[in-house]
Design a protein around this ligand. Structure first.
Ligand SMILES: *[C@@H]1O[C@H](CO)[C@@H](O)[C@H](O)[C@H]1NC(C)=O
Ligand SMILES: *[C@@H]1O[C@H](CO)[C@@H](O)[C@H](O)[C@H]1NC(C)=O
Ligand SMILES: *[C@@H]1O[C@H](CO)[C@@H](O)[C@H](O)[C@H]1NC(C)=O
Ligand SMILES: *[C@@H]1O[C@H](CO)[C@@H](O)[C@H](O)[C@H]1NC(C)=O
Length: 571
């Protein structure tokens, strides 16, 4: 006995030196079963290479969120004092011991990570399935989505050394799945709805047109948006025009739509195209994407004269679903002067993404919002059933709309009177709490709703969308013809254009830009929006949430009223 006791300590220390990490693994993330629509086809081939990303714990995530609240809340003394890149870095750059601990673990296992983000809070490395299974105590398998046939290699659980739990927030791709409908699907209601209406000839006069078809001119009339040219060259509007090269060729429809609707804008009006992750810049007419043409035509066509950047995110990460969402934000966060407005019409159901990954993506939005960037996302096109219509019993919130640090834009229909569009996704997040700016508006709605739909949604979650804009029958020029499109994909670029025009005036007046919008919208800005009070967003065999006076989870606070927004912004 005595011998054993005295020998044991030295025996343990030998083992610890060589495989300390492996012997103290702790379950880090797990998912309850395979997401709806996916089938487990068995173990993934051991020799397949996977590209992993690790989110390192940030220095002071809560500190950043508190600071963001201070600089974005109109009554705060710090309102409008947006942070520099370096100031954001003090909050999000991981502590030195964090980076050291994780890199040492990787090195012990023969791996060498590269830094993927401007603040070093994301690192990446590649390894094989068989190595990853050992390293993370995981069970990587091939999952196939029954409807689309798409396959993804994922695990339902993974572990990390216990000593790293305070340093390593998550590893991706592990338990987050691609969007079931499609990867990075544009939030367009249904491509079948898009009918070629006529060949391009000339504009139809708005008075006869706007009840049936929305054109840039109709949107100007509806929201009283002026067509006068913006004057500030430092003001930039960015649109994520294409994703995974699904929507390449963004430019072809531009000149045509300007020739029809905006003959006042210079015909040689151009824009900047930015590609990341191997995104392409095809100008071939028959490669033009509907989503991209829509973004181009309803930003340049409405944000008259605002310098516009279109971002084409490629599919360099073959497996990439959420990587593109992260990469575009990291790309913009790395710039000393990022565009002041970003609009994106892509999204997916919240429940496909792990909580940890949703939080980290949301933190990335907080970092960029704190720089004074208004980040707008379409809310989705499935009413209460998620980003696209699907069968369901409980309501399905969408991402990134549930993240409190973005502005979610729902859809409306009809010119006069404007009412909510039934497809407009809205509801309450299961991941994110009610943010400070929304408490009163959300409580007022829930009081009016009473016990309706109790148990079908999470009443403690962040409500979305925040605002709305025209989302039905937007006329676009696509591959040389004119067609109408529906979806909250229309609404986000429209609202973003209004914000960009307001920013142009603010910069000209020597004032800070609007930046992170929500605290402004839910306070000073609330009365500057047209409150939409009719309709609902059906789904899951229900009529969906009813629109009501004040904020509601279909149209948010309402649609833009230019003159009132100018006044609310202090102009
Ligand atoms: C980490 O955060 C703390 C608290 O916000 C701050 O005092 C410190 O300077 C930060 N560290 C770095 C390296 O920026
Ligand atoms: C890791 O890779 C980088 C280049 O990607 C290289 O500069 C560095 O020396 C490598 N470190 C180790 C320990 O192999
Ligand atoms: C547009 O014009 C082409 C030929 O110029 C014709 O083939 C096509 O049918 C027309 N489309 C519509 C929708 O009128
Ligand atoms: C409800 O939402 C909150 C966030 O506000 C979350 O913490 C909680 O887990 C959610 N409940 C369910 C059952 O998803």
């Amino acid at each position: 006995m005595v011998n054993v006791l005295t020998v044991l300590p030295s025996f343990f220390s030998l083992v610890l030196a060589s495989s300390y990490f492996e012997r103290h693994m702790r379950l880090h993330e797990r998912r309850d079963g395979v997401p709806e629509g996916f089938t487990n086809k068995g173990p993934a081939p051991g020799d397949v290479t996977l590209r992993f990303r690790i989110a390192l714990v940030q220095n002071d995530t809560q500190g950043l969120q508190t600071k963001l609240m201070d600089v974005s809340t109109p009554r705060s003394p710090q309102y409008g004092q947006w942070l520099s890149k370096e100031e954001v870095g003090t909050f999000v750059t991981p502590k030195r011991e964090t980076a050291t601990a994780v890199n040492e673990w990787l090195a012990t296992n023969g791996l060498n990570a590269t830094v993927l983000s401007p603040f070093g809070d994301w690192i990446g490395f590649e390894t094989t399935v068989s190595h990853a299974n050992v390293l993370f105590d995981a069970d990587f398998s091939t999952f196939v989505h029954d409807g689309s046939g798409k396959s993804a290699i994922r695990t339902l659980a993974y572990s990390i050394p216990a000593s790293l739990t305070a340093h390593l927030q998550l590893i991706h791709p592990t338990i987050s799945f691609p969007a079931p409908n499609d990867v990075g699907q544009p939030v367009l209601r249904s491509l079948a709805k898009n009918v070629l209406r006529r060949n391009i000839t000339s504009a139809v006069t708005p008075s006869t047109l706007c009840d049936a078809v929305m054109t840039p001119e109709c949107v100007q009339l509806l929201y009283k948006i002026p067509g006068t040219l913006a004057s500030q060259s430092s003001n930039k509007l960015a649109a994520q025009a294409s994703f995974k090269n699904l929507q390449i060729g963004p430019i072809s429809g531009l000149l045509e739509i300007l020739e029809i609707y905006r003959t006042d804008l210079s015909p040689d009006k151009t824009f900047t195209l930015q590609t990341i992750d191997g995104g392409t810049n095809s100008q071939t007419l028959d490669e033009a994407g509907v989503e991209a043409d829509l973004d181009v035509q309803y930003t340049i066509g409405l944000a008259s004269g605002v310098p516009t950047v279109f971002i084409s995110v490629g599919d360099q990460y073959q497996d990439g679903d959420l990587e593109g969402f992260l990469d575009i934000i990291n790309f913009l966060s790395g710039k000393s002067a990022p565009p002041q407005v970003l609009t994106t019409s892509y999204g997916q159901d919240e429940n496909t993404i792990s909580r940890a990954l949703a939080y980290r993506l949301c933190n990335a939005y907080a970092s960029l919002s704190a720089r004074g960037v208004s980040i707008l996302f379409s809310s989705g096109d499935g009413g209460v059933s998620g980003s696209q219509s699907q069968s369901c019993t409980t309501f399905v919130p969408t991402f990134p709309s549930g993240c409190p640090f973005v502005t979610s834009v729902g859809g409306t229909q009809n010119f006069n009177p404007e009412t909510s569009a039934p497809f407009s996704s809205g509801g309450f997040s299961n991941y994110f709490d009610t943010p400070w700016y929304q408490t009163t508006a959300k409580a007022a709605y829930l009081t009016k709703l009473g016990s309706t739909y109790a148990g079908r949604f999470n009443a403690s979650g962040r409500g979305f969308p925040d605002v709305s804009a025209a989302g039905t029958n937007l006329e676009i020029v696509w591959r040389g013809s004119v067609m109408n499109v529906d979806g909250t994909s229309c609404s986000s670029p429209v609202f973003a254009s209004v914000v960009s025009l307001l920013n142009d005036r603010l910069i000209a007046a020597g004032k800070p830009v609007l930046g992170f919008l929500n605290p402004f919208l839910y306070s000073t800005g609330a009365d500057a929006l047209n409150d939409i009070t009719t309709g609902g967003n059906p789904g899951c065999n229900t009529n969906g949430f009813p629109a009501m006076a004040g904020w509601d989870p279909i149209t948010g606070l309402g649609t833009p009223n230019w003159a009132k927004l100018l006044a609310a912004a202090g102009l």
